[in-house]
Ligand binder design. Structure first.
Ligand code: UD1
Length: 427
C-alpha cells in the first residue's frame, strides 16, 4: 500500500500512450473462456482489475500465459467447477461476466454477488431478467448467485434500463443459445461493440452491437483467435482533463477519437483547442477556462466515469457550472475531498453546483473510489503545494502506470509506501 505525493502547479506537456480499455478487457477475458481453443488477447491493460480477473479464471482451471505485459493467451480446455468465491469476486464488480460466459458451457455456475466501486446500489436485476428469459434458473443464497441451465433458448429481451453490464452478460449467454436472441434497449458503449467484435471473430453471429437492438444467432462452436482490445476512452479523457487543469498541451496517442466526441465537445466548450488525427488527439488548454453544464448519460452521452474528473476541472473555471449525474445515485463521495483542496461545491441530490475558484491548494485527501481518485489526482496536479493522496489502490484498479504516465508529461508525483497500511496488510 502506498500514498501519492503530488507537487502541483506544473503544466503537462508531451505525449502519452493510452492503454487498452479496462471495461472491454474485463468482459473479453471471460468471453475468451467460451472458445474451444486458446485465444491471444493483445492490448490488455496492466491494471489491478485484470490481475484479479486472471487470478479468478486461473483458479477455475483456465491456463493463462503472459506473452508480454499486454498480451495474454487464454486456454479454457482444462476449465472445471465454475464456482467464483466471495474472496475473489468482492474485489471486482465485473466478475459477474463469468455467469453469462460460463452458463453456456456448464450446467451450473456459482458466482459471488459482485463487489467493485461503491457508487450506488448497483442492482443486477436486468442481468437476471435476461438470463432467466434464455432459460437460466437463478437463485441467490448467502451472497452467492447460483445459475443452472439445461438448455439456453434464444428469445426477445427488452431491458427496462440501459445497462452496459446486463447487455454484455446476456449477449455472452446468448452466443450458444438455440435460435435467435434479440436484445432491445441495449447499451451502445464502445466496449459493448468490442466484446461483440471479439465474439464474432471467434465465430459468433452478432449483429447490431453499437445500436440499441442487438441480434444474436446461436452458434455451436467458437474457435480461439488473436484479438486486440480497443483503447480506454476514460483513461484518454482523464489525461485530457489533467492537461486542461494544469493549462498544458499534450498529445494523446493510441485512441479512437470518435469514442471521445462527448468529451472533446465539452472541452472545446470550455476553451480547449483540440486537433484530431486518425489515432491520436492534441489538446491545448486555454489561459482561462469557461464554465459549462453537463449531464452524464449512457454512450454516446457524456460518460459518468469522467464526471468526478470533470468536476475537478470545472472547479477551476470562471463562473458557475452545474453537473448532473444521470447514471449513479451516489457518485459525489469525492466532493468533500475536493472541498478540502479549496473547491467550492454544493451537492443537491444528483447535481453538484461548481463555483469556479482561481486556484486550488494542497491538502491531504483520500480516494473514495476509482474515478473519484483520478479526479483528486487531476485536482492535485493543478493545486499549489504538495497534496498527499491516500487509498490510491482504487486508482490502480483501473489506470495502468498512472504515475509514470503523468510524470512522463512533467508532473511531480512521488509514491511513498504507507507504513501503517503496509503493516495492516501483513498483520
Ligand atoms: C459499467 C462500467 C462502469 C460505468 C457504467 C455506466 C464496466 C465494468 N463498468 O458498469 O465503469 O460507470 O457501466 O457507464 O463496464 N442497473 C439496473 N439494473 C441492472 C443493471 C444496472 O438498474 O441490472 C442500473 C444501475 O444501477 C445504473 C445504470 O443501470 O443506474 C447503469 O448501470 P450499468 O450500465 O449496468 O453499469 P455497469 O455495467 O455496472
Amino acid at each position: 500500500m502506498a500514498n501519492f505525493f503530488v507537487r502541483g502547479g506544473t503544466a503537462l506537456n508531451g505525449s502519452v500512450v493510452i492503454s487498452g480499455a479496462k471495461n472491454a478487457a474485463v468482459a473479453i477475458i471471460p468471453a475468451a473462456l467460451m472458445a474451444n481453443t486458446p485465444s491471444t488477447i493483445e492490448n490488455v491493460p496492466d491494471i489491478r482489475d485484470v490481475h484479479t480477473l486472471v487470478a479468478i479464471i486461473s483458479g477455475l482451471g483456465a491456463k493463462v500465459t503472459r506473452l508480454d505485459k499486454h498480451t495474454i493467451i487464454i486456454d479454457s480446455s482444462e476449465l472445471g467447477c465454475p464456482v467464483v468465491p466471495y474472496e475473489a469476486a468482492k474485489r471486482m464488480r465485473a466478475s459477474y461476466y463469468l455467469l453469462g460466459a460460463l452458463i453456456s458451457k456448464f450446467p451450473q455456475v456459482t458466482v459471488s454477488m459482485p463487489g467493485g466501486c461503491s457508487i450506488g446500489a448497483r442492482p443486477i436485476d436486468q442481468h437476471i431478467k435476461g438470463l432467466r428469459a434464455l432459460g437460466v434458473e437463478i437463485s441467490a443464497e448467502n451472497g452467492m448467485i447460483k445459475a443452472t441451465a439445461k438448455k439456453l433458448t434464444g428469445t426477445e429481451i427488452c431491458f427496462d434500463t440501459v445497462s452496459v453490464g446486463a447487455t454484455i452478460n446476456v449477449m455472452l449467454a446468448s452466443v450458444y443459445a438455440t435460435g435467435t436472441t434479440v436484445l432491445e434497449n441495449a447499451a451502445k458503449e464502445p466496449h459493448v461493440v468490442d466484446v461483440a467484435n471479439f465474439l464474432n471473430s471467434l465465430g459468433a453471429d452478432i449483429l447490431g452491437a453499437g445500436t440499441d437492438i442487438i441480434r444474436i444467432k446461436g452458434v455451436k462452436t467458437l474457435t480461439g483467435r488473436s484479438y486486440s482490445i480497443i483503447p480506454d476512452q476514460i483513461e484518454a479523457g482523464t489525461f485530457m482533463l489533467g492537461a486542461m487543469a494544469t493549462r498544458g498541451c499534450i498529445e494523446i496517442k493510441n485512441i479512437i477519437p470518435r469514442h471521445l466526441y462527448a468529451i472533446t465537445d465539452k472541452l472545446k466548450n470550455i476553451g480547449a483547442v483540440i486537433t484530431e488525427f486518425d489515432d491520436s488527439v492534441c489538446i491545448q488548454a486555454p489561459v482561462n477556462l469557461s464554465s459549462t453544464n453537463i449531464k452524464t448519460m449512457p454512450y454516446p452521452g457524456f460518460p459518468t466515469d469522467l464526471q468526478p474528473q470533470m468536476v475537478a476541472l470545472l472547479s477551476l473555471a470562471q463562473g458557475t457550472s452545474v453537473v448532473t449525474e444521470g447514471i449513479w445515485e451516489n457518485r459525489f463521495k469525492y466532493v468533500g475531498e475536493l472541498i478540502r483542496l479549496g473547491a467550492k461545491l454544493q451537492v443537491n441530490e444528483r447535481t453538484v453546483i461548481v463555483e469556479g475558484v482561481p486556484e486550488l491548494n494542497a491538502a491531504p485527501v483520500k480516494a473514495p473510489d476509482l474515478r473519484a481518485g483520478a479526479a483528486l489526482l487531476v485536482a492535485a496536479l493543478a493545486a499549489s503545494g504538495t497534496t498527499e493522496l491516500e487509498s490510491v489502490e482504487h486508482i490502480e484498479r483501473g489506470y495502468e502506470n498512472i504515475v509514470g504516465k503523468f510524470c512522463g508529461l512533467g508532473a511531480n508525483i512521488f509514491v511513498v509506501a504507507d507504513p501503517l497500511k503496509s503493516s495492516e496488510q501483513t498483520a
